[in-house]
Design a protein around this ligand. Sequence first.
Ligand SMILES: [Zn+2]
Length: 412
Amino acid sequence: MLVLKNARLIDGTGKAPSGDATIVVEVNKINAITTQNTADFPADAEIVNCAGLTVLPGLIDCHDHMANHRYDLAHRWGIDEPESTRHLRTAAVLRQTLEGGYTMIREAGGLDAGFKRAIEEGLTTGPRLILSISIISPIGGIGDRMAPSGDCCCLPGDPLLPNGVAETPGDVRPVVRKMVRAGADVIKCATTGGASSRPGHGPRDSAFNLDEMQALVDESHALGRRVMCHALGGRGLDIAIEAGVDSIEHGCYLDQNPRHLERMAERGIVFVPTLLVYEYHRKSPQPHVRERAQDLYEHHILAIRKALELGVKVVAGTDAGGHGHPANAGELHCLVEAGMTPMQAIQAGTQWAAECCGKEAELGTVEKGKLADLVVVRGDPLADIAMLRDAKNIALVIKDGAIAANRMAAPR
Ligand SMILES: [Zn+2]
């Protein structure tokens, strides 16, 4: 038994914090939450005094690329370092992400299922992983690896990361099945270019037609997988919403068609804006990337504000990877700057994020019966959400009832 005593509790439901909470963890579940300090605990219970500290649900990032570490072509194609070095680099990022208070990551492409297995076997540590394996797109889409020279990537593909290019409309369903065979828990696809994609395939240039996307969504749902769709604007964004994807990733120009957010609210489609990556792209040395990121910025902020007004769930995702792996909680800070309250930003990274992942029955809030993924922090994230970015403020991380990182003794 693990007992967190005298804590200030922000439970992830949006409810005002409660003081002097005691949270009792048995095996891997939250067994009780009480404000009475009188209970007796067994002699072998591990009691953690959380006086002056705040307990939150384990944080969740709904869009991350754990195995990507830079945007340049040599890195994207995997020729800049030995594969073993890259795998160990990825393992270090997984460990640091967990130690930063992130107990679950929804992977947006590039991480193979071996990492999940290694974490489950205890070979290495990391968050719970919801895998997408490779991004599915048509020829010319963001998953199609072509250099500015016109050369296509000629390296043998990694069998654990099947090629996500659907070459013909008839390839869409088999490609979905290949991702599931390789371990995908969610299907990641793209119906537009992005800020960092090649010149000529920008945020409002589309990929896939409606028939293809309907087939993709139908096949994914038939196999019990949700669809997370990279879509920034233009016709590709229309198609993604029309086809009924489960979440729109980036969604930068959702402000441009008033029907888009209304339909997302009606259908329960989640919005994962990934603001943090565009901070990086706005300063990109590549002019076409910088211009795209600057152009979309005001639309993106407006889209978030309208989404909140209409009741569309806005959840936290960093799109980390190409831009390195800054603290994932930087996204929560961006969401507050975009107009969320700090409490909403916490929900975007806990309760609402768990809903986006389909894990709300077991994770995302501190409630009796849920899995014990918890983070104990120094300071008040409601007063200063940015404090969550600083690892020294993350005092204790509990995943599945076990202590995964402990900085309780560190000087304040
Ligand atoms: Zn991404």
